[in-house]
Design a protein around this ligand. Structure first.
Ligand code: NAP
Length: 337
């Protein structure tokens, strides 16, 4: 009998999530609610943000209720439907959960997608999805770069960071990336055309700040921040006058039992910099427009998008933790079907 396996949040993680915070259960496949439909999920996006949604803390989205499956963006096929706009067989992208089948009620966020134009439906979670566009809008619309400026990126070899750096090169910037380990730094230069790469692992704030200074003696006009903590402290010691800092994420803090914070905030004042809090969903009405530009850049060979596709809902915990060990190489996606 086909069934619906669901990856539930059963306990709020304290610090780093452990397997006991979750439970994989099997239930009957749901039926569509009036006006809604049921989606067979094929691929799910695994994102650092999901760690934040597991906490009972104020944020831009409500916490995942205990006992519910972990919220996730998925791409899949309509399995059964009470909505003529979403007939069975239609491929869709939506905010669902880590489970085989998700119910989409009227008014939920789900949109049809055309999988004939991509080599894998997972591309709707990477190149054509919010993660690639996080880099696009965060750099071009929030930081508003001018050709010739300098751009410093943390988490640079990841899904968002690698896109930011490549768009930075397209925009005529000098791009320096910070990532964990020699292999990721090699990829920044060889695969993504960064001008310089810095390995942050095992370095003090002072040591890292000195390496950034060596790569960017003129300072950074733009910092694209994905990491926070010590890495951000080292970056703040390298601000150019009137720099813009795009605060996209703080992954070094997501599993910290207590917030670490940054200590060199004074530099924002001293260099008259501007710090922008940034959420990509504000730009959702413009996703199609930006997606078309990204597709053009990919076709021209100017933008490379890597995916790290792992399989099996039963492996969700181990796959999710790749984000925090740094094991993922590109956009982390879980193949469910
Ligand atoms: N604001 C928005 O709208 C928005 C949207 C999407 C994503 N984000 C944020 O963007 C950032 C990147 O997300 P992503 O989806 O592209 O993930 P990703 O960069 O593909 O994967 C996470 C990477 O973070 C690094 N990392 C993990 N723990 C770390 C730690 N303690 N210290 C330093 N680095 C650490 C690891 O790379 P290394 O091996 O280099 O350490 C890891 O591979 C996250 O902060 C996320 O929350 C924000």
């Amino acid at each position: 009998m086909p069934e619906n396996r669901r990856f539930l949040l059963v306990r709020r993680p304290h610090g780093t999530p452990v397997p006991e915070d979750f439970s994989l259960v099997s239930e009957a496949i749901p039926t569509p609610p009036p006006g809604g439909f049921v989606v067979r999920n094929h691929y799910a996006s695994l994102d650092p943000a999901q760690r934040g949604w597991m906490d009972d803390a104020p944020s831009y989205m409500p916490p995942i209720p205990l006992g519910d499956p972990v919220r996730a963006t998925t791409v899949g096929v309509v399995h059964s439907s009470d909505n003529p706009d979403f007939p069975p067989g239609q491929w869709v992208l939506g905010m669902n959960a880590l489970e085989d089948y998700s119910v989409s009620a009227p008014g939920g966020f789900t949109m049809p997608v055309d999988i004939s134009i991509v080599d894998s439906p997972s591309k709707y979670l990477s190149a054509m999805g919010a993660v690639g566009l996080t880099g696009y809008f965060g750099l071009l619309e929030v930081a508003k770069p001018q050709a010739g400026e300098t751009l410093l990126i943390s988490g640079a070899a990841g899904a968002v960071g690698s896109v930011v750096g490549q768009i930075g090169k397209i925009a005529g910037l000098k791009v320096v990336g910070i990532a964990g380990g020699g292999e990721k730094c090699r990829r920044l230069i060889e695969d993504y055309s960064f001008d310089a790469a810095i390995d942050y692992k095992g370095k003090s704030v002072e040591h890292l700040a000195a390496e950034i200074h060596a790569a960017l003696p003129e300072g950074a006009n733009i910092i694209f921040e994905n990491v926070g903590g010590d890495v951000m402290d080292a970056e703040l010691l390298n601000l150019a006058k009137k720099a813009r800092v795009v605060l996209c994420g703080l992954i070094s803090e997501y599993n910290a039992p207590e917030r670490i914070g940054v200590r060199n905030l004074w530099q924002v004042l001293a260099q008259e910099a501007t710090l922008y809090g940034y959420l990509v969903m504000d730009y959702a009405p413009r996703f199609a427009e930006a997606g078309a530009i990204m597709a053009e850049w990919m076709a021209e060979g100017r933008l490379r998008i890597d995916e790290d596709v792992q399989t099996g809902l039963e492996n969700t915990y181990d796959v999710f933790m790749r984000l925090f060990s740094g094991a993922n190489t590109g956009k982390l996606v879980l193949q469910i079907a």
